[in-house]
Every structure is written in structure tokens, then in C-alpha cells.
Design a protein around this ligand. Sequence first.
Ligand code: SF4
Length: 68
Amino acid sequence: MQISVDMNLCESHGQCVFAAPEVFSFDDEDYLVHDATPDDALREKVEKAAAACPVRAITVSPLPATAS
Ligand code: SF4
């Protein structure tokens, strides 16, 4: 899966960090940082994080198919 966070919307509420600390965290300057392509095993937590975000800044989408 692929995650994008609209940092223009993000107000650093931190609900995503509580819901999925493996994926979302704050850096030393309190900016949200995230793993853009976490393991699919974390999908449930990531979806909870996206749903918990009060400003709907988190978008979860499937990884683009790789040509082979
Ligand atoms: S819950 Fe939403 S607003 Fe809060 S830190 Fe996460 S992405 Fe930003």
C-alpha cells in the first residue's frame, strides 16, 4: 500500500501516531513523518489512522503495479 499525507491539511493532532506508531511519528521539530510504503500487515492500523485523522489528511492507496 502507499500512503500520502497532505501536509497542507495536517495540524499535527497526532491521532495517526497513536493509531499506527509503526508508520507515523513526529520528528524533533514536531513535523509528522511517515513510512510512505508500509508493509500490508499494517493495513488495518493505517486505515484506523486515516479514519482517525480529524482533517482527513491521510490517503491510502494500493501500490502502483510494477511492470515486469
Ligand atoms: S492525525 Fe492527521 S492531522 Fe493529525 S498528525 Fe496525523 S495526519 Fe496530521
